[in-house]
Each structure stands twice: as structure tokens, then as C-alpha cells.
Ligand binder design. Structure first.
Ligand code: NAP
Length: 276
């Protein structure tokens, strides 16, 4: 049977994943397809049963089902268990469906070459931040500071990881010159959202790397501000493409072209994606 993959979520029509995976499948001459499936809120269990029955070769999971899907899978990989969320499901040769999380590792791959002794500041302590923090830990990073509007949530994540220290947004702002990498993970700056900055950047280190995981717009107000200090900036498209590439390699045993895909998506969605 021809292999087929899917992405499930709600809403799903905006997802860039079908286009990305279809392109990679074609580039690598893999006979398979990848389809978006919108699942209604109360129908997740039935949807997972159907995907299994229909022999889906693997699927991505997006908002709002990343946590909720865990009990319906046959197994969950340790890292996804730690994060408490799954974004990729892989079918094994024994027809078991195993959950993984490639979001955090995908984000770190998008940073290019960084060193495990780099001092990292992460702004935000939500779902995406949790995946990224766990991935930093799994790769041996030991200096991670989590700044969040709700300090308690940053403390919970920091305590859980044992490598993370929690601070307020104000403390992060006042000690910014300590950090080599600054990662913005809140939805601030996303289209149709509040465009204010979570922290001021005037104390940014000269050679810092500043990343924002929001990719619509491609250059967020946070990255626009960082560019004024002539530091390296990284937008959220790299995370999207690299998490997809990892999922693709779990399913097909081969790593697709990530740089070409980032260029293709930039051309496809336009320099700034959606103007606010
Ligand atoms: P989430 O679980 O809802 O977490 C949101 C985080 O942002 C929380 O820490 C929250 O702080 C903080 N926050 C929200 N509004 C804020 C404000 N006005 N001021 C300061 N902090 C604020 O969301 P998520 O799933 O982590 O997603 C976050 C963003 O990442 C979204 O924009 C999403 O599109 C993007 N994302 C991108 C990718 C990618 O592939 N590039 C992947 C996943 C997510 P509190 O704890 O105080 O509420």
C-alpha cells in the first residue's frame, strides 16, 4: 500500500506542513502523500482509532491536541513523556503507534552551531517553551534561565528540569548582558496579537543570538528591535521546518533539505508573511 501521512489539529487549513512534506516527498521520489485533517474537539479518540485502522504511516499533531493525544497512543517516547506533549506519531513495523516530540530539537537545530556552555535566556514558560527547555537539557546545556510573566510557571519548569533558574521579566531585562542566546517564546508580536515587547533589549550582549519562535510575521517586533543592536536574529520558520524535517526522517529514514525549504517558504509566504 502507498504510504500516507497526515497532520491533525483544529483549525488546520492554515498549516504549512502539507505543502512542506509533499515537496520533500516529491524531491526524494518517495511514493506517499501527506494530508491535513481537521479533528473536532470531542472526536480525538475516534480520529486516532480511524488513522490506525486506515493504516496511516505516521502523523503530526498540532494545537489543540498535543497533550490530549498521549493516552490514545500505544507508546510515548521518554522525551515526549517528559514534555507532556506529542507532535509526531510514528508507525512501527509491528504496527504500533509511538509518540515523539520534535519541536524543541527542531528549534535548537534552527539555531545552527551553538555551544552547550552558552548561557540561555528563555522568555515564556508555555507549551513551546517546555519542549525547547527539555531539548536544551537533553543536549547537555546547563545554563538556562526562564523568565515568565507568571513567575510560578517558570519556577515549576526550572525545578522540573533541574538546570533552569526562574526570574521575572524585569529581572531578565536588567541582567540581559549575561546571556549568549535569547529565545522569545510568547505569542507577543504574532499577527493580530499584542505587538509589545516582553522585555527591553538595551542591555543585549554585542554577540548575542536572538531568536523568536513566532513566524507570522517573519520579522516580529522583538526581532526588529534586536536588529537595531546588530546581533544575529533567527525567526520561527527554522523551528517549523526543522521539527518537520525530524518527523520526516523518523518516518522515511532520510533527512530532507531544510535550507531549501526555508527559502521556498519565505518566497511562498512573502517577505513578512502577513502585514499587521
Ligand atoms: P502557551 O502555552 O499559551 O504559552 C504562552 C506563554 O507566553 C506563557 O509563558 C505566557 O505567560 C506568555 N505570554 C502570553 N501572553 C503574554 C503577554 N502579554 N506578556 C508576557 N507573556 C505572555 O503558547 P505556546 O504553545 O507555548 O506558543 C507560544 C507561541 O509560539 C505561539 O505564538 C505559537 O504560534 C508559537 N509556536 C511556534 C512554533 C514554530 O514552529 N515556530 C511552534 C510552536 C509554537 P503566562 O504563563 O504568564 O501566561
Amino acid at each position: 500500500m502507498k504510504k500516507w501521512f497526515a497532520v491533525i489539529g483544529n483549525p488546520i487549513s492554515h498549516s504549512l506542513s502539507p505543502n512542506m512534506h509533499e515537496t520533500w516527498l516529491k524531491q526524494l521520489s518517495i511514493e506517499a502523500s501527506y494530508i491535513p485533517i481537521q479533528v473536532e474537539q470531542d472526536h480525538l479518540e475516534q480520529a486516532v482509532k480511524s488513522l490506525k485502522l486506515l493504516g496511516c504511516s505516521g502523523w503530526n499533531v498540532t494545537v489543540p491536541f498535543k497533550e490530549e493525544i498521549i493516552p490514545f497512543l500505544d507508546e510515548v517516547d521518554d522525551s515526549a513523556k517528559g514534555i507532556g506533549a506529542v507532535n509526531t506519531v510514528v508507525k512501527t513495523l509491528e504496527n504500533k503507534y509511538i509518540g515523539y516530540n520534535t519541536d524543541g530539537l527542531g528549534f535548537i537545530e534552527s539555531l545552527g552551531s551553538i555551544k552547550s556552555d552558552h548561557n540561555i535566556l528563555m522568555i515564556g514558560a508555555g507549551g513551546a517553551a517546555r519542549g525547547i527547555a527539555h531539548a536544551f537539557k537533553s543536549l547537555g546545556f546547563t545554563q538556562l534561565t526562564i523568565a515568565n510573566r507568571t513567575l510560578e510557571k517558570a519556577k515549576v519548569l526550572g525545578d522540573e528540569l533541574k538546570i533552569g533558574q526562574a526570574v521575572t521579566l524585569e529581572e531578565a531585562e536588567n541582567t540581559l548582558n549575561k546571556f549568549d542566546i535569547v529565545v522569545q517564546t510568547t505569542p507577543l508580536g504574532m499577527k493580530n496579537n499584542d505587538a509589545s515587547l516582553p522585555i527591553k533589549l538595551n542591555l543585549l550582549k554585542g554577540n548575542a543570538i536572538v531568536a523568536d519562535i513566532v513566524y507570522n510575521p517573519l520579522v516580529t517586533p522583538f526581532l526588529e528591535e534586536a536588529k537595531k543592536y546588530n546581533v544575529q536574529t533567527i525567526n520561527g520558520l527554522g523551528m517549523l521546518v526543522h521539527q518537520g524535517a525530524l518527523a520526516f526522517s523518523y518516518w522515511n529514514g532520510v533527512k530532507p533539505d531544510t535550507n531549501g525549504m526555508i527559502q521556498q517558504l519565505i518566497e511562498q509566504i512573502g517577505g513578512n508573511y502577513v502585514n499587521r
